[in-house]
Ligand binder design. Structure first.
Ligand SMILES: C[S@@+](CC[C@H](N)C(=O)[O-])C[C@H]1O[C@@H](n2cnc3c(N)ncnc32)[C@H](O)[C@@H]1O
Length: 231
């Protein structure tokens, strides 16, 4: 996700505009690139994706260092423009990917103009598309120990959620619920547009071992994107 971006309105065309249960979603095109806007807030675009790929790569690196592993089961949430999903499929260590997305238009766009940005990932037999709310899934009892990595990018970060209903995922109860979905030794990776010392402390309380990776952004004077890794 990208929180801030300067876009020249003269070069932007609306490709699709949909009202969902969670508000308005717009897909815009600017030159050869696309942007997703949620309730007037910039959500994601196709220009860079370095930190969205790192979200997955850092999790897989954590699981495969020092001992190599294969057949890893990875959950990616949400779909966005598909950079994180594409990164998961690009790793030979990954055997299966579940991608959880709440918004039907985002899935439709990924089957259309956004498909090249994930490498047409939804056509890959290793991918299971789960069209549902990730937060509701997290608090349910099923899927205990089912994943080696949970790679989550559904908000601008733990302190700036896209919808109020997402907030509970980042509290202690949400983190405990996520931990229960992980296999022994599994890793939780969380994307954020900014550092969050309070969230980092909560992760340490629930998981014990926490690392933070920063990725510089291209926006002038923008703060680095952050990937939290906990196990
Ligand atoms: C910033 S985008 C993800 C970007 C993605 N990492 C990529 O590489 O393009 C956030 C996505 O999460 C989805 N989302 C937001 N809240 C969600 C929820 N509670 N459950 C599932 N998906 C959610 C949004 O619809 C959006 O597609």
């Amino acid at each position: 996700m990208v929180a801030k971006r300067n876009v020249d309105p003269a070069t932007v065309a609306v490709v699709d505009r949909v009202t969902t249960a969670n508000g308005e979603l717009v897909l815009r095109r600017s030159g050869g690139h696309f942007e997703i806007v949620s309730n007037g807030t910039f959500l994601m675009d196709t220009r860079d994706g370095a930190s969205e790929r790192l979200l997955v790569d850092a999790a897989v690196d954590t699981l495969t260092n020092p001992a190599p592993r294969t057949g890893l089961r990875v959950l990616v949430g949400g779909l966005g423009v598909g950079f994180s999903l594409g990164a998961a499929l690009a790793r030979p260590e990954v055997g299966a990917v579940a991608v959880v997305e709440r918004e039907a238009p985002v899935i439709a766009w990924q089957r259309g103009p956004l498909a090249p940005f994930s490498g047409h990932a939804l056509d890959d037999p290793r991918v299971a598309l789960v069209h549902r709310d990730l937060v509701e899934w997290a608090f349910e009892d099923g899927d205990a120990g089912a994943y080696d990595a949970l790679c989550l990018d559904i908000d601008n970060g733990p302190d700036w959620t896209v919808t109020e209903s997402n907030t509970s995922l980042y509290g202690a109860a949400g983190l405990r619920a996520l931990r229960a979905k992980l296999a022994p030794g599994g890793v939780l990776a969380v994307w954020s547009a900014a550092a969050s010392p309070a969230f980092e402390a909560r992760l340490a309380e629930v998981f014990g071992d926490v690392a933070v990776r920063e990725v510089p952004v291209r926006v002038p004077r923008g703060v680095p994107d952050v990937v939290f890794l906990a196990r």
